[in-house]
Design a protein around this ligand. Structure first.
Ligand code: TXA
Ligand code: MG
Length: 347
């Protein structure tokens, strides 16, 4: 039966996506000859190239417009491949890899000799992760090596959570785009660094920090922004930003600000979480849009919503401040960075 030779992805909220063995084979061949392939992961779509080929890796930086000193994550098929790419792996790092891979966790470790300095931006550490997506897993197994892949967007912009986002933004510059449907998690992986021994959180993401702390039975130190800023582009103050300026306000100030901007002639969209907003309804010239109230559902929709609002041509996105609880940490982080480019937000 044909279907047995295919990867079928059931995404209950959008239907089914089918990718054939031939698609995976073609993608693996392209990677082998130094081309780029965009592929789905459970977090966001990645722009992949052969991690052991410096020429291929340079293409990623060119396509993304990313500064060459910002390191890439190397995706591998299984934790058993870790020793090929990293060295001095602590027991704690092994524990996290064993418990959470495949999954939305990236570990920063001392790099092995196999990792070209193009991948690490010249640093002596490397980011590694095993993605939890059938298409990514099949591609990694078929290719056999590591795939260096940042999120498949232009540097600083919103990450893609569908193949169409990748095509819209990167288009023909990518060798091939594998369409595995919308990403299940919707925000990037949680990054934990073991570069200096003790675990340090560099980026909150798809895996809850408490789950990591419970597993290690210790607190994970939060990175000092000044120390890490240069090394991790996702930690830059302005990042994950749509074209349309974003402002974040508590719900009490949200509508006051919206009316103020509308009076000045701005075309405003309000993103609410609480039930004070009504989906897709215009009132007083303000379009409001109610986002999901559960953090995991909000995360899944966040980037797709920002992409959509960018296309809709609003002058300003006003978003309700997310709750200050642990499950919203990654969303709050992304919203804050999306709203950081203050040069865009006047008056
Ligand atoms: O979920 C994800 O992590 C997605 C999917 C495609 O796997 N990837 C992703 O890659 O978000 P990227 O490049 O957009 O973000 C990875 C972050 C960057 O901020 C990068 O600077 C940081 O990881 N990073 C990678 N290697 C590092 C290293 N050796 N030391 C410190 N930070 C590192
Ligand atoms: Mg990125």
């Amino acid at each position: 039966m044909l279907i047995e030779h295919r990867i079928k992805i059931q995404a209950p909220y959008v239907g089914a996506y089918v990718i054939s063995d031939q698609d995976i084979q073609a993608a693996a061949v392209l990677l082998g000859v130094g081309e780029t392939v965009a592929f789905p992961t459970e977090t966001v779509y990645g722009l992949g190239a052969d991690a052991s080929n410096p020429f291929a890796v340079r293409k990623i930086f060119e396509i993304k417009g990313r500064p060459v000193d910002h390191p890439l994550i190397v995706h591998i098929a299984a934790a058993s491949q870790l020793p090929a790419w990293a060295q001095c792996i602590s027991d704690a790092a092994w524990q996290l890899a064993t418990v959470f891979w495949p999954g939305p966790l990236t570990l920063i470790l001392q790099r092995s000799g196999l990792v070209p300095s193009e991948v690490t931006g010249g640093q002596d550490t490397v980011g590694l992760r095993v993605p939890d997506h059938p298409v990514a897993s099949a591609l990694l197994r078929m290719f056999g090596g590591g795939i260096a892949a940042p999120s498949a967007n232009r540097f600083g912009q919103v990450s893609p959570t569908t193949a169409q986002h990748v095509r819209d933004k990167l288009g023909s510059r990518v060798g091939m785009v594998l369409d595995g449907g919308p990403c299940r998690i919707g925000v990037e992986s949680t990054i934990v660094s073991f570069a200096h021994g003790e675990p340090v959180l560099l980026r909150p993401g798809g895996l809850a920090i408490e789950a990591i702390e419970d597993t290690l039975n210790q607190k994970v130190i939060l990175a000092q922004p000044a120390a890490w800023k240069v090394r991790a582009s996702g930690m830059l103050d302005s990042h994950y930003a749509p074209e349309t300026p974003v402002e974040i306000h508590p719900v009490c100030a949200l509508w006051v600000r919206a009316h103020q901007l509308v009076k000045l002639g701005y075309n405003v969209v309000v993103l609410t979480i609480s039930n004070m907003g009504i989906r897709h309804v215009d009132c007083d010239g303000i379009t409001s849009f109610q986002m999901p109230r559960l953090a995991n559902e909000y995360a899944r929709e966040l980037y797709a919503t920002l992409h959509r609002l960018d296309r809709a041509g609003f002058d300003r996105i006003l978003a309700e401040t997310p709750p200050a609880t642990q499950e919203w940490v990654a969303i709050s982080d992304r919203m804050r960075r999306a709203s950081q480019d203050t040069s865009k937000v006047s008056p």
